[in-house]
Design a protein around this ligand. Sequence first.
Ligand code: FAD
Length: 307
Amino acid sequence: MSQFRLSRRPDIGDKIRVSFEFFPPKSDEMEKRLWDTVTRLEQLRPRFVSVTYGAGGSTRERTARTVKRILNETSLTPAAHMTCVDASRAEVDAVIREFAEMGVSRFVALRGDPAEGVGAAYQPHPEGYANGAELVGAMREIGDFDISVSAYPEKHPESPDFATDIDMLKRKVDNGATRAITQFFFDNDMYERYVERVRRAGLYIPIVPGILPVHNFAQVANFCSRCGAHVPAWLAERFEGLAQDPQTHALVASAVAAEQVLDLVERGVSDFHFYTMNRADLVFAICHMIGIRAHPVEENAAASAAA
Ligand code: FAD
């Protein structure tokens, strides 16, 4: 089925825009893997690449270092994730300004999870921003940034219902968010229903699907159970018995993600955000299948300088 879609739409790659998400490395080995990944994916000319942000001083420092290196050593446009966790408003504002001084013009604004982990009750810092919407408002006050926020096709686990969840998205848009990136999902019908709900609420910002190539099904299933995402039975079946067979696992993962992305393209989606897990192979292959081709990095530098 995928082959027919590609052959019917040979110019597909020209219309599709991608962004890639990385997390800041914790060791020299992880640092090397990240930079190998960044260098490989840079050739695909993503619209931007984002770097996640964790609670605690040392992880914030790592995010800043990674963003700075992307700015200084690549042709890529970085987006810095920021959260409200364990920080006063003044501290958060200072970090926003530091990023801006570094040359960052894009942010992904999030409330974040409690330091104890997903599932624990969130307690805002007594002098901090309470949620993503307040953080977006603070960013908008500080500068003319491109601000993305989160969206949850299955609703956030803390939201009692979709109406409450979409109301929070509306507050983020009202405060200046221009794009939402979704939590990863595997059921495209559910994504489509969510986008319909968002549109019915009068929100017209892009709801960019977050695509997670399944590098390790057991880990993904475990994470899904903690963050309230649904693992369809067909997905579990595809990976059944492959835990000890990484090569077949990778081939199946690339087919599953390509199928998902191509189906979304058929439904009219043109922007995709990939959760890379700091690995290039699957994302590179999937992008290739949707018609995105590698360009020499020197050309990319010239193209971004001209833009
Ligand atoms: P918000 O949008 O502020 O709220 C999420 C939901 O909780 C709302 O929809 C709302 O229904 C409910 N809620 C919140 N406050 C209230 C309230 N006062 N009353 C009623 N309901 C409320 N985490 C990180 O730590 N670092 C990252 O870099 C990071 N990047 C992410 C990137 C993306 C694209 C996504 C989707 C998630 C990311 N996360 C990250 C995870 C995110 O921090 C968690 O999902 C967190 O639990 C919620 O953050 P949020 O910004 O979505 O929250």
